[in-house]
Design a protein around this ligand. Sequence first.
Ligand SMILES: NC(=O)C1=CN([C@@H]2O[C@H](COP(=O)(O)OP(=O)(O)OC[C@H]3O[C@@H](n4cnc5c(N)ncnc54)[C@H](O)[C@@H]3O)[C@@H](O)[C@H]2O)C=CC1
Ligand SMILES: NCC(=O)COP(=O)(O)O
Length: 335
Amino acid sequence: MSDRSPSQTAPLPPLAMTCGEPAGVGPEIAASAWARLGGRLPFFWIGDPAHLPAGTPVREIARPEDALRVAGSGLPVLPHAFPGPAVPGVPQPAHAAEVIAVIAQAVELTQSGAASGVVTCPINKKALKDGAGFAYPGHTEYLAALGGVDRVVMMLACDALKVVPVTIHIPISDVPGALTRDLLSDTIRITHAALRRDFGFDNPRLAVTGLNPHAGEGGAMGHEDAALIAPVLTALRAEGLALTGPHPADTMFHAGARSRYDAAIAMYHDQALIPIKTLDFAGGVNVTLGLPFVRTSPDHGTAFDIAGTGVADDTSLIEALKLADRMARARATAR
Ligand SMILES: NC(=O)C1=CN([C@@H]2O[C@H](COP(=O)(O)OP(=O)(O)OC[C@H]3O[C@@H](n4cnc5c(N)ncnc54)[C@H](O)[C@@H]3O)[C@@H](O)[C@H]2O)C=CC1
Ligand SMILES: NCC(=O)COP(=O)(O)O
């Protein structure tokens, strides 16, 4: 996303970056993100230093604030011991509990004020479920539990598009049943509030997709669009929210359509994520809205197929750091 130079004003606490799945690309993109950013955007990595690529200039720290002092000369690392080495592409069940513990540690440090936000490296959901009985579909839901909130929103953002899936990591066959008026209404409200608070929009324009092809085509192709989505939009419009839809999803993401809204609300994961990952896979950022702390993440996953080869692109992680920094600054200024 567009680069407003990071860290131009008073220093905030550093950002806490989680290691994510040690067998994925997380450790190598963390190291290369530090190499590209140096101390300009201070963050510290929480994980096992032995999982970082050979030659990474590790600076072990005892407290987050020490990152501000050492970030100019090496990657600040708050060490978190794991049971063994990482094998690229092969997640170890014994590591799962520590991957989860690192996420909790980053949240704790952020909520205590020692860190200004959480930037997560990708996890493999199945590895965490198999290895440690992880009960959440992903970070988003786990972070909601850690933050003590019932409802959060996943937003993917790049320069060209911001998009929110109303339902997230559930089977497609469960989507119609999971779409309720409350869920849709809460998702829109949380998105509206976050775009005002964290992204500087006075009255963000939100465009909402339908669920069915052609947004149901007057009931000929499904009933949820007219029966469920449209009434929610009507009610929220009456409160002053700038909403359009339900629109056919297939024509909502070309350039002309995108110029007419600030964020798109989509009904399910792929309806939302395919457009943004197609437009800007390298620059997209995943941000959780509705949490009591800042959290961003790259838009990609563990990329086991290339882990350890050194070809992984760190751009999305760097964009995630920049966005977390901007959000933390916006919140600090508003206090
Ligand atoms: N925030 C998170 O923790 C996320 C985790 N995941 C998890 O990641 C795992 C793998 O998911 P996939 O669907 O395979 O998606 P993926 O994003 O890991 O990989 C898809 C394709 O993109 C490539 N790719 C991904 N990141 C790249 C990078 N930084 N540089 C260059 N190429 C890159 C991969 O090599 C692969 O060919 C799953 O367990 C999934 O749940 C997926 C998305 C986000
Ligand atoms: N497909 C996006 C994704 O998997 C991100 O999930 P999360 O771990 O950030 O909840």
